[in-house]
Design a protein. Structure first.
Length: 214
């Protein structure tokens, strides 16, 4: 069972019970419970010396925290998150600023974490390095650009090579219909060859829920 989904004390109890069984692999258990071997031995020693109650670790939190965000502000952040569950810390910080509450997005994120309001997949920082393909034609990225500045309801079709960032196509098809896209892609394949793969989002030009394979 994953560490994040369990109460900490329950996690300790499950570990020491499992570690006390004959034949258990201590290293494998530590890996399964996401703890180091020294920590595992500490929990096990506490359990053997005083039972389950002895493994409850004394909190390291200070008695006072003068720089902690005021409770009313924390509750406001919780309320805003409830109103907009898909919004992250940066967007919520903008709403707070409009209300006269200036908080860094990092602080808002920590408060959301403290209240268990951050999805598991959003709890880690995004990678700072873009994982691009090494060679041309390994991956093309395709999408319709914004119509801003084009005086059209739809922007041009853009096809970019992931490795070189070369604009293979930037053409005004002015429609998302398959025929127009197919015509431009056919020309791109003739000019540049076939890519190993293509990457698109789940927008309506590329994704059809009525088709057998999407």
């Amino acid at each position: 069972m994953a560490w994040r989904t369990m109460d900490v004390c329950e996690q300790w109890v499950r570990f020491v019970i499992a570690a006390s069984r004959v034949g258990s692999s201590f290293s494998a258990l530590c890996l399964e419970f996401w703890i180091s071997r020294p920590t595992g031995y500490l929990w096990l020693e506490r359990y053997r010396s005083g039972g389950v109650a002895s493994i409850a670790e004394v909190s390291r939190r200070p008695l006072s925290s003068p720089t902690r965000t005021a409770e009313r502000i924390e509750q406001r952040i919780v309320a805003l998150r409830g109103e907009r569950p898909d919004w992250g810390a940066r967007k919520l910080a903008v709403l707070l600023e409009r209300e006269g509450i200036l908080l860094p997005a990092a602080t808002v994120h920590r408060i959301l974490l403290r209240h268990g309001l951050v999805r598991v997949e959003d709890q880690h920082r995004q990678a700072l390095k873009r994982f691009e393909r090494e060679q041309p034609n390994q991956l093309w990225q395709m999408d319709f650009k914004s119509p801003k500045g084009w005086d059209k309801p739809l922007g041009p079709l853009a096809v970019i090579d992931d490795a070189t960032r070369h604009a293979i196509a930037l053409d005004g098809t002015w429609t998302t219909r398959a025929e127009a896209v197919q015509e431009r892609l056919t020309a791109a394949f003739i000019d540049c060859g076939l890519p190993d793969a293509m990457l698109m989002d789940h927008g309506t030009p590329w994704w059809n829920t009525k088709a057998a394979a999407g």
